[in-house]
Ligand binder design. Structure first.
Ligand code: 2PG
Ligand code: MG
Length: 398
């Protein structure tokens, strides 16, 4: 039905992300039906992300700005050949006019929601249909500590230290997440600290090192949660020189850094390591993967693949991290998911540090049957909105 439904209106609006920085929301109409989408904003975009936002800067209706005028002209009255047709058009416009991912993703998601409504299905159902995938509920990556470039000063620690509950069901995992997070919070307060929370709702650990963070988090996990731990090294932001990483006051060559990561993993029960090296340090990724597998660690590429199907290949990592704002459109995100599956890789769907109240990432994670979802710690409305959408999504898949 949407194949033959013309777009009857597109409205761009500047709204605020969770860090109170401007981003873009789009309303798109297919006749009487309207869909809405918005784009999150990163503190730490990877340098391979080609579709960074334009930073329109404005709040309220952007109709009179260049992107608003252009899209109004290019899309009103246009009948796209489904989601792929619309996203192809958006990509062309982006290539020619540098719209930025904030505009293209917002419009693309708005179209997906409007199309789902026209077809009488949910966004999750619609995305599953588009992806041709088997839906499934992911496990939670619960951000407990934030560091690296997500805290102030020169980055020299992990960007995220996370708990991964495996309590039996997604709802049980949410209960476990609350318990673990609460225990970490009480631990900080009992130690005389004031629990301060980062943009991604992880606690800011002050001058406590990564070993302390991992040990504290491990202690906070109740046995019934059957939790393991995960880290986002975000090594691109730790790079001192090619093949050299800054970490807790020292510099390490790639091989030593890999050994240090696996030591920490073995000591603390870390089963998930994201971005252990810079994307250009491919020799290090290749060498690390078999050693990590031997240690029971899953290696995940975020800045490495930048949610780009053309970059996805086996041999570097076990899993691809998907961020729709890296890919720029729904179609490009699903293409990256498909490329991952074709390469025999697992999937993680991730939030950004600056989120909006849009919960499409949860529908995406369930639609493509991603193994994990990373939506921050269970605090603040922007992250809680994701937890709540996951709770709703369990109803369609129990
Ligand atoms: C990450 C994300 C999410 P950012 O590195 O995985 O926490 O950070 O949005 O700043 O890229
Ligand atoms: Mg990351």
């Amino acid at each position: 039905m949407t194949r033959t439904t013309p777009i009857t209106g597109v409205l761009l609006r500047g709204i605020l992300d969770s860090r109170a920085r401007p981003t873009v929301e789009a309303d798109l109409s297919l006749g009487e039906v309207r869909g809405r989408g918005s784009c999150p904003v990163a503190i730490a975009p990877g340098r391979l992300e080609r579709r960074r936002g334009l930073r329109t800067g404005g709040l309220g209706r952007l109709r009179d700005g260049p992107a608003g005028r252009l899209l109004d002209h290019a899309l009103t009255g246009y009948t796209p050949d489904g989601q792929a047709g619309l996203d192809g058009r958006l990509r062309e416009l982006d290539d020619r006019h540098e719209l930025g991912a904030d505009v293209t993703l917002a419009v693309s998601l708005a179209y997906a929601r409007a199309s789902a409504a026209v077809s009488g299905t949910s966004l999750r159902g619609w995305l599953t249909e588009l992806a041709g995938s088997v839906p499934g509920l992911p496990r939670l990556l619960v951000n407990a500590f934030s560091g690296g470039i997500h805290r102030t000063g020169a980055p020299d620690s992990f960007q995220q230290v996370m708990a991964i509950p495996h309590a039996g069901s997604l709802i049980d995992d949410v209960h476990a997440a609350l318990e673990i997070y609460g225990a970490v919070e009480r631990g900080i307060a009992d130690g005389g600290g004031t629990p301060a929370i980062s943009a991604s709702s992880g606690f800011l650990p002050g001058d406590r090192d990564v070993s302390w963070q991992l040990a504290t988090l491990r202690r906070a996990c109740p046995v019934e949660a059957k939790a393991t731990l995960g880290v986002d090294v975000a090594a691109e932001h730790l790079l001192a020189a090619p093949g050299r990483y800054r970490f807790q006051g020292r510099e390490h060559e790639s091989a030593d850094f890999g050994a240090l990561l696996l030591d920490l993993a073995r000591t603390h029960g870390v089963e998930y390591v994201e971005d252990p090296f810079d994307p250009a340090d491919t020799g290090a990724w290749h060498a690390f993967l078999p050693a990590a597998r031997e240690a029971g660690v899953t290696v995940v590429g975020d800045d490495l693949f930048a949610s780009d199907a053309a970059r996805v290949r086996p041999g570097l990592a076990d899993a691809v991290l998907l961020k729709p704002s890296q890919a720029g459109t729904v179609t490009a995100t699903l293409d990256a998911a498909r490329a991952a599956r074709d390469a025999g890789l697992l999937l993680v769907v991730s939030h950004r540090s600056g989120e909006t109240e849009d919960t499409a990432m949860c529908d995406l994670a369930v639609a493509v049957g991603a193994e994990w979802i990373k939506a921050g710690g269970p605090r603040r409305g922007d992250r809680i909105a994701k937890y709540n959408q996951l709770i709703r999504l369990t109803e369609s898949l129990s």
